[in-house]
Write a new protein. Structure first.
Ligand SMILES: [Zn+2]
Length: 56
């Protein structure tokens, strides 16, 4: 599993995204950022999140 923690992405948020692939994690992360934080998701956001994804 791959995991991305939003609190490591500079957001005051304990949300964790799990997925089998990087693409799946990024898709869920983008969804949460939009719905949970009203954030506009840019290529920069995706690059940052991609670099923070860890193997679990
Ligand atoms: Zn959140």
């Amino acid at each position: 599993m791959k995991i991305l923690r939003f609190n490591e992405a500079g957001l005051d948020c304990n949300f964790e995204v799990h997925g089998k692939t990087v693409e799946e994690v990024l898709k869920k992360a983008a969804d949460h950022a939009r719905k949970g934080h009203n954030l506009e998701v840019t290529e920069d956001s995706l690059d940052t999140w991609r670099s923070l994804i860890q193997e679990d």
